[in-house]
Design a protein around this ligand. Sequence first.
Ligand code: PMP
Length: 445
Amino acid sequence: LTDPGAAQRAYELDRKHVFHSWSAQDTLDPMVISAAEGSHVWDGEGNKYLDFSSQLVNTNIGHQHPAVVAAIAAQAAKLCTIAPSYVNDARSEAARLIAERTPGELDRIFFTNGGADANEHAVRMARLHTGRHKVLSAYRSYHGGTHLAVNITGDPRRWASDHASTGTIHFFPPYLYRTAFHAATEAEEAQRALEHLEQLIEFEGPSSIAAIMLESIPGTAGIYVPPAGYMQGVRELCTKHGIVFIADEVMAGFGRTGKWFAVEHFDVVPDLLTFAKGVNSGYVPLGGVAINPEIAATFGTRAYPGGLTYSGHPLATAAAVATINAMEREGIVQHAERVGTDVIGPALAGFVERHRSVGEVRGLGVFWAIELVRNRVTREPLAPYGSSSPEMNQLVTACKSRGLIPFANFNRIHVVPPCNISVEDARAGLAIVDEVLDLADTFAE
Ligand code: PMP
């Protein structure tokens, strides 16, 4: 399966020529991935690992799914390149499949190359639709690495690039474990977070606010599920003040939470919904904005001033068609929901009982976070907000040495396998995480 010589050469060329994202280049020792299948990947020496990190690219239907690989090959043989102003069947069909799955009447699809540019375009649409300019978004969020998207981002990835934020304003989202509102219950947290947002809108001036952008369930910022009533409350505030509600489903969308879109858990229909990653399981870069009829109508006779060369690229949209059809055929969304309810949720509840380093666990579907602390009473995190720590690095190494690729961020280890992971593999991965938490316990008081 693997060729150690080729892997070594790839590593050397990478270290010489590849400039990596979000990293100090000289400190890196990246792993070579030479092959993948389903929920597993292989490194350059042929060692096999279980992929418990798949929220990042959202390989929701697993690696190398034969139907998607075949669809990409078939499309490549038929038509690879076409200017976005022409019709192509892969793009038309992908737009239909997406529109039919998004909630409400979000049935016009603007395709982008990924998540950040989907969010940029959603904001542009909201600004032109409302004639207003400000965008409100939550601390503890991530919306992308391009200029505006990183300004809208609420987590520390914004700090280094935040020198020219144009009308982006942040608010505290509900997050009971580290409440900004001195709340004692989820209900109190939801209510006070809504009051905070309402005041912010009042003080900023509703007539200057184009949009509120929220991840329906924030991903890399910590998988904190909004408490009951919060998202409905945001929806009501947007409707009341004529603000466009943009749901960022780039990470949570397309099955990961056990529904097609995470916003469905809250019975809320946004005005714009952005997606990427899971739309074609990350096989070919693709993102987009699903647009409601009112906003689409703004650009009925007036031109939409924006576009991308690869908007709805045939290879990417053919992969989306194959992914969505495979998800339906194989019941993958329902499977993700069951694995969360029957396997991951109960296992993580057990970790809270057994491991003193576990402050809180939270999530649903195949979208879970374990928040690690040094002390359960003070809730001091195992790594400071915005960075890692030697202890967290040791935990990541311990996972890898046991054959599991984790997703770790600050003081959290996420449990985020592909949506179609087998129950057996999910249990095997959780057993490894359990062992690694024994090591985490040695760092906690
Ligand atoms: N929004 C969310 C919620 C994301 O998780 C990400 C990527 N991690 C993005 C936007 C940006 O997507 P991309 O990297 O495809 O630009």
